[in-house]
Design a protein around this ligand. Structure first.
Ligand code: SF4
Length: 331
C-alpha cells in the first residue's frame, strides 16, 4: 500500500498560490509522475514541470528559473539543508504486516533492541515498539542529528539515530527495503541487525553482508596503496556537496607527494572519470557510491575515511562508516 499524498500537494499549491511547480520523484515512483502532474494541474490550474533527472534522496533538491514550489516525493526533508525554493515533501508511507513478521521471529529478538527505519516506514515504529514491549523487550528509538527528520530515521549516509542508542541495545531491528541502510547500521554500530523488509520478509544475515563488504573495501584500499595520481570527487547536489572535506583530502594527498585534483560532478559515474586517467579516486559524494558502485569502477574508489587509512593517518584496523553528518553540506 503506497500513499503519494497528492491531496497534501494540492493544498500546498493552493495555499502558496504557486503557478509553476516542479515535481521530483525517485526512480521507483517516476512511473506515476505524469498521472500525478495531471492531477495537480487539473485541481489547481498550476503548470507542472516534471524533473526527469535521477533523484536519490532529499539531498538532491532541484530548482529552475521561475519555479514557485517544488513538490518532492518519496523522501523526508533533511532539516539542516535549506531548499532554494519553497518545497513540500511528500514522504510516501508504505504499510505492510509487521506484526506477523515479528511474531515469527520473536525468539531471535534480543532483550534490548533499537528500532530504525527509512522514512517510508517510520510511522510503523510505534506499533513495533508496542508489540515488542508486550513481549518483554526493552525498546530504544534514538534521536539522530539534524540531517534526520524524526527519531529512528536512518539514511544511507547517516545512522546517527542508531548510534545514539547503540550503547543500550544488543541488536537493531531495521524496517525498510534493500540492504544498504541496514548495512550502514551494522557498519556504523557494530551491532547485529535484523531487517523487516516489505519485499523480502525477515532477513538477519547482515553480518555476512558486512563481512563481504569489508573484504571488498580492504581489497580496494590495498590496490589504492600503489596509486600516486588521484582524483577527489565532489558531487554538486546540494546535500552531498562536501567541498571542505574534498579540499582536505586533496591537501592530504599532495602533502604525501601525490598528484590530486578536485573533480566536481553532478552525476558521479565510472565513465566520467576516464578522461582524467587517474590511478585512484576518493569520493566525498553520497557514501553509497564507493560501497555500492566502487567494485565496478576500473580504479579503486575510496571513502574519505578509507583514504586516511591508506595514507597512514588512521590505523588499518580502525574501519569506520563514511557518513554525511549535520553541518557537512553548508549550502
Ligand atoms: S547522500 Fe546518499 S544516502 Fe544520503 S540522502 Fe543523499 S542519496 Fe541518500
Amino acid at each position: 500500500m503506497m500513499d503519494l499524498q497528492t491531496e497534501r500537494a494540492i493544498e500546498e499549491i493552493r495555499a502558496r498560490r504557486a503557478v509553476v511547480v516542479g515535481l521530483q520523484m525517485p526512480e521507483g515512483l517516476k512511473v506515476r509522475a505524469r498521472e500525478m502532474a495531471r492531477e495537480l494541474e487539473d485541481a489547481t490550474g498550476c503548470e507542472v514541470v516534471i524533473v526527469g533527472d535521477p533523484c536519490y534522496g532529499a539531498c538532491d533538491l532541484r530548482s529552475f528559473e521561475g519555479m514557485d514550489l517544488l513538490v518532492h516525493v518519496g523522501h523526508a526533508p533533511i532539516p539542516d539543508l535549506k531548499p532554494k525554493v519553497p518545497t513540500v515533501f511528500l514522504e510516501v508511507r508504505m504499510d505492510f504486516d509487521v506484526r506477523t513478521g515479528l511474531q515469527d521471529v520473536m525468539d531471535r529478538i534480543a532483550s534490548k533492541v533499537g528500532l530504525v527505519a527509512t522514512a517510508q516506514h517510520l510511522h510503523l515504529l510505534p506499533l513495533i515498539e508496542r508489540v515488542l514491549s508486550e513481549n518483554g523487550r526493552e525498546v530504544h528509538i534514538g534521536k539522530g542529528d539534524a540531517r534526520t527528520a524524526s527519531p529512528g530515521q536512518v539514511l544511507g549516509c547517516n545512522v546517527s539515530s542508531a548510534q545514539a542508542v547503540e550503547g543500550s541495545v544488543e541488536q537493531f531491528i531495521f524496517l525498510g527495503s534493500g540492504y544498504f541502510h541496514p548495512l550502514a547500521v551494522a557498519l556504523g554500530t557494530g551491532r547485529p541487525v535484523m531487517c523487516l523488509d516489505p519485499y523480502r520478509g525477515v532477513v538477519d544475515d547482515m553480518q555476512e553482508m558486512r563481512d563481504k563488504v569489508l573484504r571488498q573495501r580492504y581489497a580496494a584500499m590495498a590496490k589504492a596503496q600503489e596509486a600516486k595520481d588521484w582524483l577527489v570527487l565532489v558531487c554538486d547536489r546540494p546535500g552531498q556537496r562536501r567541498l571542505t572535506l574534498a579540499r582536505k583530502c586533496r591537501d592530504m594527498l599532495r602533502e604525501k607527494g601525490m598528484k590530486a585534483e578536485v573533480l566536481l560532478l553532478n552525476e558521479v559515474r565510472a565513465e566520467a572519470l576516464l578522461p582524467y586517467r587517474a590511478e585512484a579516486a576518493v569520493s566525498t559524494a553520497c557514501p553509497r557510491l564507493a560501497i555500492d558502485d566502487g567494485p565496478y569502477y576500473p580504479i579503486p574508489l575510496l571513502t574519505p575515511w578509507e583514504l586516511e587509512m591508506v595514507l597512514g593517518v588512521r590505523e588499518m584496523n580502525d574501519y569506520r562508516l563514511d557518513q554525511i553528518l549535520e553541518g557537512d553540506t553548508p549550502g
